[in-house]
Design a protein around this ligand. Structure first.
Ligand code: PLP
Length: 392
């Protein structure tokens, strides 16, 4: 059993989540005893096997250029199969330097200035930024809310694809910020509509390893449309390895894959980082138990949050966190805007959450709370939020 109650030294590490200077650039002045629950970064030590594999690399004392050796492909193939029952061929896999930068390269590969991409909103902000930075237009398919859960408006989606013929559909599965897990039927429908309209479906599955409710289906299992899909993922969210800046794509269609690889070549995205590749291999080969335990711990944090809010802070309403470690909270009953409540909680309670407005469109009225931390921090944050909101 791993001890996720143990607090690692996150100050010496100089991580963005805990660095007071960076925090104050984002939130203004905060009290000394702040609790950061914003950026998607977890406060848990990685499995000891990863630490040991890094120590081994360090002990060699040489850090020359490396390459994608067979163990990398095998680790990805085995992981995708054992975790998601997805059969992947070695040829389909391409290493890259982080999912967000890969989204940029994907857009550069398939869109020219003035083209369109589509995404469901609200969604992870870099989806939009990556397109706007290339002069690419965005179409927003606003998610509908029914009984406190997001749904895709398929009628509108179909019309938007027919009218604008977007080159790409940037799809987040499971969804960030809400943690919504899409059903196999929804994924099949999305895939079919894309294929019928000549839109490549780009699926970001970085949150697929922490599933708490519902069944997750990998887009690779929607087999009829496999030739129209680009899957992007990494162990970065799952194992908190974001600082390694290593990720990969899975593209079955050779033509699509080669267009993308040419773009990577143009930018000299070739050999991996020596720690990045070993981190990924070790996480995937030896991290199964850790993932199971960390997911269970995070689910415990979510249950604490859900129960506490229901019983004590009725002004807040949570969307069920079906996946990830990020809880999406409806704050509209507080009559404050997302920015105001975020600023209020950071300055008065020292609790740093993400304003819903930091996501692409439709995030007003929400905040996102990062539960990838020690339970003690979650409880303390809840008490402080409770006190701050109940005196207002
Ligand atoms: C949906 C989604 N994609 C990508 C990323 C970042 O991935 P990477 O660190 O591999 O760039 C995040 C981080 O929060 C995310 O939520």
């Amino acid at each position: 059993m791993y001890n996720f109650n143990e607090k690692p030294d996150r100050i010496s590490e100089k991580c963005r989540k805990w660095d007071k200077k960076i925090i104050e650039e984002n939130f203004g002045e905060v009290p000394q005893d702040f609790i950061p629950m914003w950026i998607a970064d977890m406060d848990f030590k990685v499995p000891k096997e990863i630490e040991e594999s890094f120590c081994e690399v360090v002990s060699r004392g040489v850090f020359g250029y490396t390459y994608c050796y067979d163990e990398f492909y095998k680790a990805v193939i085995d992981w995708q199969y054992s975790m998601h029952q997805a059969k992947v061929e070695k040829e389909w896999i391409t290493l890259s330097y982080g999912t967000v930068s890969t989204i940029h390269y994907i857009i550069q590969s398939f869109c020219k200035s003035g083209d369109y991409v589509i995404m469901n909103t609200p969604v992870y902000d870099p989806f939009d930024a990556a397109a706007s930075r290339q002069g690419v237009n965005r179409i927003y398919n606003t998610l509908a809310i029914k009984d406190g859960r997001y749904y895709i408006d398929f009628e509108n989606l179909k019309n938007q694809l027919m009218e604008f013929k977007p080159k790409l559909y940037l799809f987040c599965s499971p969804h960030n910020p809400s943690g919504r897990v899409w059903s196999i039927e929804e994924l099949a429908k999305v895939s079919r509509i894309c294929k019928e309209n000549g839109t490549i479906l780009v699926v970001d599955e970085v949150h697929a390893e922490h599933i708490h409710y519902e069944n997750f289906t990998s887009i690779l299992n929607i087999k009829d449309y496999k030739d129209n899909i680009i899957l992007l993922t990494s162990p970065n969210k799952a194992f908190n390895l974001g600082g390694l800046k290593t990720s990969y794509s899975i593209i079955a269609n050779e033509k699509i894959r080669n267009i993308f690889r040419d773009k990577l070549k143009q930018n000299s995205i070739t050999s991996p980082n020596v720690f990045g590749i070993i981190g990924l291999i070790t996480a995937y080969n030896e991290g199964r138990i850790w993932i199971k335990e960390v997911s269970s711990y995070v689910k415990g944090n979510y249950e604490l949050l859900e129960g506490y809010i229901k019983n004590n802070i009725p002004k807040l309403k949570i969307m069920k966190m079906e996946a990830s470690y990020l809880a999406w909270v409806d704050i509209r009953d507080t009559k404050m805007s997302s920015e105001d409540i975020t600023n209020y909680l950071s300055s008065k309670a020292g609790v740093l959450v993400e304003s819903g407005t930091h996501f692409v469109k439709d995030g007003e009225g929400y905040i996102r709370i990062n539960l990838g931390t020690q339970r003690e921090n979650v409880l303390e944050a809840l008490k402080r939020i409770d006190k701050a909101l109940n005196i207002k």
